[in-house]
Design a protein around this ligand. Sequence first.
Ligand code: SAM
Length: 250
Amino acid sequence: MIKMTKEIKKWWEETSQNYQKECDIPIDIHYGPGSPNENHYKLMGKLKGKKILEIGCGGAQCGIAMAKQGAKVIGIDLSTKQLKFAKELAKKHKVDIKFYKGDIKNLKQIKSNSQDIVFSAWALLYVDDLLKCFKEVKRVLKKNGLFVFSLNHPFWWVLDKDNMKAKRSYFKTGKYTQTFSDKTKKFVMYRHTVSDLHNIVVKAGLIVEKIIEPDSRKRYSYDPWYNLWDYKLKALKIFPPTIIFKARKK
Ligand SMILES: C[S@@+](CC[C@H](N)C(=O)[O-])C[C@H]1O[C@@H](n2cnc3c(N)ncnc32)[C@H](O)[C@@H]1O
């Protein structure tokens, strides 16, 4: 595993337990902080009988909700701890999901042209090479298959949530590292502009059908992140924390 992915894996192994406890994510197909859910957007249509791959599945709350609707779900994540949580949660909800441990830049466990939908919620911000990942998504999708994903809206990182002023350049893309007083701890993610994200999907050979910037000025009862960390109403009224893409393999 290359160094960049190692840093992300370390973070998630150390964070998983607290993250799952603090967020207490409901079993639902969510798109992230400040966003309506799939029940509202209906981007994927009826899921019964659909083969769905969830990349960066974490605790698999979305995958479990899909399986409960009759989808045949596979979840992939690089964190052993996140997968352990996901497996126990799937068992508790009596759904059968196949889980694989791996880096979603290489979907080697999945056959080409086999999936109706590839789904991802708030995992792709941790991927250092999105083009590689999206080319793999294209490979595993059936013809006309859907790629629906959400991640952090690029504008959210520009805003200083203490004084509501811009604190970072929107154009400063690439690796972002946050360090802590505990030198062994390091949070790493990758920043893109909105056009970067769009153009990487296109470069991977997929057709972008829709980009959604969820209206975060409203509070959604099922949003577990509302008022958590920096997802405070004051900031949510100015910028959306989440952006959603719907793309298709033609
Ligand atoms: C914020 S969590 C989101 C989990 C889940 N999708 C959800 O919405 O609750 C991000 C997840 O992405 C996973 N992840 C990050 N980079 C990854 C990679 N390159 N390959 C596989 N999983 C990755 C992490 O281990 C973590 O479980």
